[in-house]
Design a protein around this ligand. Structure first.
Ligand code: PBG
Length: 330
């Protein structure tokens, strides 16, 4: 490269048109996925303490939100149920109930907005009385292969309801291959799998656990025997390689902002769609700072979302999805 004054980096930053002309990344509503919390009832809207402006919604209101997503060009929503305490059982059987809250909501969304993609979460934590993503033995250990059997039933039930993408977020070994085989055997060749491959054992999930009412069930237990240690990155690469080999169509990194190194490495190492999840705790931090007028919400949030694109993400799950799409539309 020639040096100063032949090269003046500031020439390309002189005005907005020039900056737009040379920009390497842009944000588009098509990059966003809106996570939605579903609760029972009709016309029900329940606030979530650590997630200002995000509510749990009954299926009818979920469908209204889906209408807004379609209007603003968001291609997909991801559903997370808040099950009643009666439906939280030792073995999480309600996870694969064809008449369950998620299954009903999927059908309702697809009836109203057939072109909006519906992503469902495959994991048992909203359904277990102990709050773990899988089955446990009497010592409280999370059992791998027994859990995978249940996850297959859950994924199949979601596919039957019409889910376009099933997203295992449980981190059991071998679940992607088993779920793929189950879907193939049942003829669901086009139901895609978004694997939460690089999912770290993060404390930034706390607001989410309140939203689905799994925190209280979990008590003092944690998920460190299956979710990745935040100290590791080689293991995250191995997880992604395994999930792709087992048939994952897309992989995910989670949390987002403090794991951009993983997004960049995974995107570079594997030629597959790489998604990132800006999780509940990241949302809570941004909201809290904005509410205290410490940060300008719009500019800071859009900057975080752009950083995901720069790192290489193809799509972003964020509780700001609809808001960001509206901001981009302004
Ligand atoms: C559970 C699941 C979690 C999230 C998505 N699916 C929490 C956890 O693993 O405890 C977190 C999402 C968020 O924090 O926004 N299978």
């Amino acid at each position: 490269m020639q040096s100063y004054p032949l090269t003046r980096m500031r020439r390309l930053r002189t005005n907005d048109a020039m900056r737009r002309l040379v920009s390497e990344h842009t944000l588009n509503p098509a990059d966003f996925i809106l996570p939605l919390f579903v609760t029972n009832g009709v016309g029900v809207r329940e606030p979530i303490a650590a997630m200002p402006d995000v509510d749990r919604l009954s299926p009818d209101l979920i469908v209204e939100m889906c209408g807004e997503c379609v209007t603003y060009g968001i291609p997909a929503v991801a559903l997370f149920p808040r099950e009643t305490r009666e439906n939280k059982t030792e073995r999480g059987e309600h996870a694969f109930n064809d008449q369950g809250l998620v299954q009903q909501t999927v059908r309702l969304i697809k009836d109203n907005y057939p072109d909006l993609l519906v992503i469902t979460d495959v994991a048992l934590d909203p359904y277990t009385s102990h709050g773990q993503d899988g089955l446990i033995n009497d010592r409280g250990d999370v059992l791998n292969d027994e859990t995978v059997d249940v996850l297959c039933k859950q994924a199949l039930s979601h596919a039957r309801a019409g889910a376009d993408i099933v997203a295992p977020s449980d981190m059991m070994d071998g679940r992607i291959g088993s779920i793929r085989q189950t879907l193939e055997d049942a003829g669901f060749h086009h139901t895609a799998i978004l694997a939460y491959s690089a999912k770290f054992a993060s404390h930034f999930y706390n607001p989410f656990r309140d939203a689905v009412d799994s925190n209280a069930m979990l008590g003092k237990a944690d998920k460190k025997t299956y979710q990745l240690d935040p100290a590791n990155n080689e293991q995250a690469i191995q997880e992604v390689a395994l999930d792709i080999a087992e048939g994952a169509d897309m992989v995910m990194v989670k949390p987002g902002m403090m794991y951009l190194d993983m997004v960049a490495r995974i995107r570079e190492a594997f030629a597959v769609p790489t998604f990132v999840y800006q999780v509940s705790g990241e949302y809570a931090m941004l909201k809290a700072a904005a509410k205290e007028n410490m940060l300008d919400e719009k500019t800071c949030v859009l900057e975080t979302l752009l950083s995901f694109k720069r790192a290489g993400a193809h799509a972003i799950l964020t509780y700001y999805a609809l808001q960001a799409a509206k901001w981009l539309n302004d």
